[in-house]
Design a protein around this ligand. Structure first.
Ligand code: UN1
Length: 512
């Protein structure tokens, strides 16, 4: 018998149940009819779940606030021990969590495992960080005085995450927030509740085993009303939100209106420049992963390729033939490289974007067709598309969260950089070149205007060690590595006078 094209919904449901059970999640306690956990693999419903209410948000924030008051005075390296244990549990349950990521987000195996690895990596990073929350000491201008800064825990951090990285982005925030002495209330995407329940169960286990205060990590299932209550809570000094620019526009001003802080990681419209000296094998391989991988549903997905006119025909031809060969289908199958889109509206948005691009004079060189529609009428598989555009028209300047790669051409590098930067978003970028001057020009202050700027690498798949985030409509926040931790703490500047004299700064004399 031939291998079936897709896993059956029953098999997927059973697999989800066993992964949840192994992670220690009590699915029964969450059953209800307010939300539906689905799988994009078949498009079918898996379980009905209850939703939290605004009153539940208040209770969760209060419990996280109580836990915070105990946690903030726990020594940071002891806090690190909790995150260390959590990382171990993620390692032990890597397959289980990856199964749920595949089931709910439709990621292929390698990428689902990669997502869990990203969580484990950030736990490692945070454990090291727990001994390195350094403040500076500055020379005081006054004799017998010491001037220094201390970093203190901030409070309850609200985390709002998106379906496409259902757990890694939460883990970046949570691992760092916990070692910083904060507590976390998480509102995952309503499209990926099961993955959230599994990870929360693992964190709860780490909390219980290390004797950390219960209530450090809370999860809330629900739709926009739940997120809004969290965003508006005066007891949440920091909201870290990942999602669309539209969502960020709603969240940012509301948090700012109450003088809260926000870390916004919003839309990307990431581009790579391909110069005439570029290694074209590298360009094609890197671009196919960056543009078609994760079915084009990463905020770092490559959406525009700005190619020098001398190599444009070759690049398009090679990309087109690679795209035609891409194995699309059940993300559980080892040979699949492109899984499903998350849902029908995602597919509709892709089709609309392609129609608009063609109206603007674009040529659809490959892809765009729906796949497996007979085997899975409720799922939305699609062949990733390459569209050659005569100009950077309105549709190209928008983020369409689907696998559409627009190819534009340029004559000189200034023009390429201009095109590159002429979009509202500013997350990730790349240049493919063997010419060091061109690479440096791209990295320079008047080069790419993004938060992530790569050389000879596509736009997606950043490591956790660097700060992650971008400029303009991407929101300006930074998460994950480097010194992103500072956003999760409050800085106190301390001046200590051990001279026994009053000495005023700036030479002010106030003696009687
Ligand atoms: C996202 O799509 O929201 O750089 C995050 C990457 C991943 C994270 C993406 N490490 O593609």
């Amino acid at each position: 018998m031939a291998t079936p094209a897709l896993s059956s919904t029953d098999d997927i449901r059973t697999r989800a149940e066993s992964a949840l059970t192994r992670c220690g999640a009590q699915l029964a306690a969450y059953k209800g009819d307010a939300l539906t956990a689905r799988t994009p693999i078949t498009g079918a419903a898996l379980f009905g779940l209850r939703a939290d209410t605004p009153a539940d948000v208040d209770r969760a924030v209060e419990a996280a606030g109580t836990a915070f008051r105990a946690w903030r005075t726990t020594p940071a390296p002891v806090r690190g021990a909790l995150v260390k244990r959590f990382g171990e549990l993620l390692t032990e349950h890597k397959q289980d969590v990856a199964d749920l990521v595949t089931i709910e987000a439709g990621k292929i195996r390698s990428e689902a495992l990669g997502e869990v690895q990203e969580m484990i990596d950030v736990c490692d990073f945070a454990v090291g960080l727990s001994r390195q929350l350094y403040g500076r000491t500055m020379p005081s201008e006054r004799p017998g005085h010491r001037l220094m800064e201390t970093w203190h825990p901030l409070g309850v951090v609200g985390v709002i995450s998106a379906f496409n990285f259902p757990v890694a982005v939460w883990a970046w925030n949570t691992a760092i927030a916990l070692v910083c002495g904060d507590t976390v209330v998480w509102k995952p995407s309503e499209l990926t509740p099961l993955t959230a329940l599994a990870c929360t169960a693992l964190l709860d286990r780490a909390i219980a085993e290390t004797g950390a205060p219960a209530g450090l990590g809370q999860v809330l299932l629900g739709a926009a009303d739940v997120g809004e209550r969290l965003v508006d809570s005066p007891l949440v000094p920091l909201v870290s939100a990942t999602g669309s620019t539209r969502m960020g526009r709603a969240v940012g001003p509301r948090v700012a209106a109450r003088f809260g802080r926000s870390i916004l990681e919003l839309g990307g419209n990431n581009a790579a420049v391909v110069t005439p000296s570029a290694d074209l094998d590298l360009v094609v391989n890197a671009s196919v992963f960056a543009a078609a991988g994760t079915a084009g549903q990463r905020c770092t997905t490559l959406r525009r390729l700005i190619v020098h006119e001398d190599v444009a025909d070759t690049v398009v031809e090679r990309l087109t033939s690679a795209y035609r060969r891409l194995p699309i289908g059940d993300p559980f199958r080892e040979d699949t490289l492109v899984g499903p889109l998350i849902n029908e509206s995602s597919y509709t948005r892709m089709r609309t974007a392609l129609d608009r691009a063609v109206e603007d004079g674009g040529t659809l060189c490959a892809g765009g067709e729906r796949q497996l529609a007979e085997a899975a009428p409720d799922a939305h598989y699609v062949r990733p598309a390459v569209v050659r555009m005569p100009a950077q028209t309105a549709v190209v300047r928008e983020e369409t969260f689907a696998p559409v790669l627009y190819v534009l051409t340029y004559r000189d590098l200034d023009e390429a950089i201009r095109l590159h930067n002429d979009v509202p978003q500013g997350l990730s970028s790349g240049i493919f070149t063997a010419d060091q001057n061109e690479a440096e020009r791209f990295l320079a202050p008047d080069g790419a205007d993004c938060g992530i700027v790569n050389v000879n690498i596509g736009t997606s798949g950043a490591e956790i060690g660097g700060a992650f985030g971008g400029e303009k409509e991407t929101g300006g926040g930074r998460e994950s590595g480097s010194d992103a931790w500072r956003s999760y703490m409050r800085r106190a500047t301390n001046t200590v006078n051990y001279s026994g004299q009053v000495a005023l700064a700036q030479g002010v004399n106030f003696s009687q």
